[in-house]
Design a protein. Structure first.
Length: 214
């Protein structure tokens, strides 16, 4: 317990850093994921192509490589932001590709006739998607979205290698101070466990309230 009690402030700072990364990246991933899912099923061909390219590139690019591209590539174009914001962009964009595919699979479970009925009533594609299709699709994809965001929380550990304050990065300081490396990582693992179990509990509540009965 000495590793934790004597360095509680350091662990707490890293824990809050990981929580912030997870929250902001999740919000960005959900927004972009919804937009790209709409693009993938849009009646406009150019939108479908853009969505497909977005998903294909990001799903097949290692996250570490994406971090390098964002943190080292964007400043070359004059885009200079705090490292934390760069990390949010990398994590959010990467995860949005997986959110998009989860939502698209949910959209495909909605009977085609419902969309046709909506259009026959004079509703636009956007209105149909917002009022008819997405509410039903979301109910069926609550568990996989939760799993994707849990993966995002764990992927945030990569940000520590790019000078971003997060939980895993605390091991460097504690190692230099001579603390037992095993117990250092044990308490780091506990921190990640708290975060992932919290996300799991939130989505369990959402599933019980709005999920599709199996």
């Amino acid at each position: 317990m000495d590793v934790l009690t004597q360095n509680f402030a350091l662990y707490g700072e890293g824990f809050l850093g990981t929580v912030e990364l997870t929250v902001y990246s999740s919000a960005l991933a959900l927004v972009l994921g919804f937009v790209m899912a709409a693009f993938r099923v849009a009646p406009v061909g150019s939108f479908r192509v853009f969505g497909a390219v977005w998903v294909t590139i990001l799903r097949n690019t290692p996250l570490t490589l994406l971090f390098f591209a964002v943190l080292l590539g964007l400043p070359r174009f004059g885009i200079v932001l705090p490292f934390e914001l760069f990390a949010v962009l990398a994590l959010g964009c990467y995860t949005s590709a997986f959110i998009c595919e989860v939502l698209r699979s949910g959209i495909n479970t909605v009977p085609r006739g419902q969309g046709e009925a909506s259009r026959s009533l004079g509703m636009t594609f956007g209105q149909t998607l917002k009022a008819v299709v997405l509410p039903q699709a979301f109910r069926s994809v609550i568990p996989p979205i939760g799993s994707t965001l849990i993966a995002l929380a764990k992927n945030s550990a990569i940000a520590g290698a790019f000078s971003v304050n997060e939980l895993l990065g605390t091991y460097k300081t504690l190692s230099e101070l001579g603390y037992n490396i095993i117990w250092t990582f044990v308490w780091i693992a506990v921190g990640y466990l708290i975060i992932t179990l919290t996300i799991s509990a939130v989505f369990h509540v959402l599933e019980k309230r709005w999920g599709v009965a199996r």
